[in-house]
Design a protein around this ligand. Structure first.
Ligand code: DO4
Ligand code: MG
Length: 284
């Protein structure tokens, strides 16, 4: 099942095994209550068939979609794929930072960092930003976990961890400035709530278009990630509580070549099997 937050209310997309999807009103319009349930899939399965369904709700998704977030924080994991480790070792070698990335890739404790509140995040079709004081900028396409206050992974969305490589590469201590600023996080289009954990051969695809031209197009399977989802969550929850649940981006396995930097007007699309596509235009 998929939960969409819209300006008119929350919509559930549910496809019976042998039919095309139907669009229902969610059993509650209180996002924070609705999603923060350890048995979310079971709850939706029980409740959704008796709520109203209508083709109109599909229109809400097409025209009034919001980011699937309310009071949740967005956290992020780093250096979870070999490609990310190598790219960061290279970008920070002149600053003497390369060694840190190699060490965190191999360490028991993962790199976790605070990414965004809902207020700084954007949703599908919105604008993501590059910083005016940054010269080298990339999107990071990341499978993003939704974890309840009880520490259970009950859903997934598509995440874009917009990053300044020039600021991060200058000094690893600048990470919070490279990663967290207005419009630096995008999530959506929905919260995907499957009956069991997402398949390990699920792929993530990043496409970047500039006008009519495709500037970049690459995919990776999530099974190339070095760490387990539960492992990342257990470190995040060690000494922190999340009363409304939280999102956790799982790191990027795709990094465009060093010669590439985003420009104003670029269109970034990230697709993950089973969840959908998150598209945003870049602005400054
Ligand atoms: O260490 C810096 C950030 C890493 C990151 O965001 C990623 O690997 O996705
Ligand atoms: Mg990242």
């Amino acid at each position: 099942m998929k939960l969409y937050r819209t300006r008119r209310g929350i919509v559930v997309e549910h496809a019976p095994t042998d039919g095309s999807p139907l669009f229902y009103r969610a059993p509650s319009d209180d996002w924070d209550y609705l999603v923060n349930q350890d048995n979310l899939h079971h709850f939706l399965q029980q409740e959704v068939p008796s709520t109203p369904f209508s083709e109109e709700y599909e229109q809400w998704i097409q025209h009034e979609l919001l980011a699937p977030i309310s009071q949740q924080e967005i956290w992020a994991s780093g250096v979870t794929y070999l490609r990310s480790r190598n790219a960061r070792m290279e970008e920070s070698k002149d600053a003497g930072g390369g060694d840190f990335y190699e060490r965190v890739y191999d360490a028991e404790r993962p790199e976790l960092f605070f990414k965004s509140t809902a207020q700084r995040a954007v949703g599908p079709g919105d604008k993501v930003r590059i910083r005016k004081d940054s010269t080298w900028n990339v999107p990071e396409p990341e499978l993003t976990l939704f974890v309840t206050s009880g520490g259970k992974i009950v859903g997934y969305t598509v995440g874009n961890d917009m990053s300044s490589r020039s600021i991060e590469g200058e000094n690893p201590l600048y990470l919070p400035q490279a990663k967290t600023y207005d419009g630096s996080a995008a999530i959506g289009p929905c919260l995907y709530v499957p009956p069991k954990p997402i398949d390990s051969d699920t792929t993530i695809r990043l496409q970047i278009r500039r006008g009519q031209q495709t500037m970049f197009d690459e995919s990776i399977a999530i099974n190339r990630m070095k760490r387990q989802h539960d492992e990342l969550v257990s470190f995040l929850f060690k000494e922190m509580t999340f009363p409304y649940g939280c999102y956790l981006m799982t790191g990027t396995g795709i990094v465009p070549p060093d010669s590439f930097t985003l420009q104003k007007g670029d269109e970034v699309s990230i697709s993950i099997d089973g969840i959908g596509t998150l598209t945003n235009t870049v602005t400054t």
